[in-house]
Design a protein around this ligand. Sequence first.
Ligand code: DNO
Length: 341
Amino acid sequence: MELSFRWYGETDQITLQQISQIPGMKGIVTALFDVPAGVLWPEDRLADIVAQIESHGMTLNVVESLPVHEDIKLGRPNRDELIDVYRQNIGRLGAVGVSVICYNFMPLFDWFRTDLAFDLPDGSNALLYDHTQLDNSLDPWEAELPAYFPLDESPDDLKEAYKTTAEDDLWNNLKYFLDGVCDAAQAAGVQMALHPDDPPWSIFGLPRIIKDEASLAKVLEINTNPANGLTFCTGSMGANRTNDLPKMIRKFGDRIYFAHCRNVKHVGDKHFHEVAHPPSYGDVDMVAVMAAFAEIGFTGPLRPDHGRMIWGETGIPGYGLYDRAIGANYLLGLWDGISKK
Ligand code: DNO
């Protein structure tokens, strides 16, 4: 595996130099977060980011995300033009050496939590989701949650538009998108890695389809191009207690192109919070997860995900430096221990 770390670009308070000091760190995962979906990514900005990352001895191995425009998810008539822009962006990313594009197909929202700083007993805080609090919770567009790209239509209008989009429609629109982009990805030497829905169930009445083993299998069935693959996120999949993570990793094996490793602790039904990476803190058996990745001979990028805020750190929710750095080295330690056996 290629140990990697998410960086929010030049506006991130965490620097490339700090990331490069984490032992074993090889890859940077980033995006042009200010460019809305459906717009071409400037080649000079990409070249500049690559040069910055390489000057710190790492590589830009993953773009997360290249966002999919809502009109593609909704199957609106202008989707072909937007798919064409997406294809061109894939080509541009392949040309600067990006090997994996992580994207999602969640209507309107990306990952969502009802509390961004839930206090844990040891004085740290973490992200929490409680389905019963959904209606009282923050507006992710106002809160400017990380991973959210600017929209070119109001969230309310989009919510309205999704009212007539059933899960089956979303599946058809995902297939249309994959059929439209996978040959471009194959030609560019880029792997498409679909991120599961987080949390893996419907929120605010919007359809969500990428939630379990059956849906991951279906993603691979609806388009058989080898460029069509998965991001395996232990936290998103682990939020659904019925998902058997090591089994899924073995099943999807060489179609997993990117791994997100984080731990969640279940508090109740559709109610969980995030915790430190080792299994004793939550419900994801990270030892079994890493053993499964070693068993499938995983060579792709793998990153820690959503850290707690510890030692008084403040910053982008889920994306501080300290706890993710600790998580990265816990994962590397497991990997070295398991793969050397
Ligand atoms: C959460 C992330 C997601 C992911 C996108 C991929 O922390 O894993 O926001 O970046 O869903 O498109």
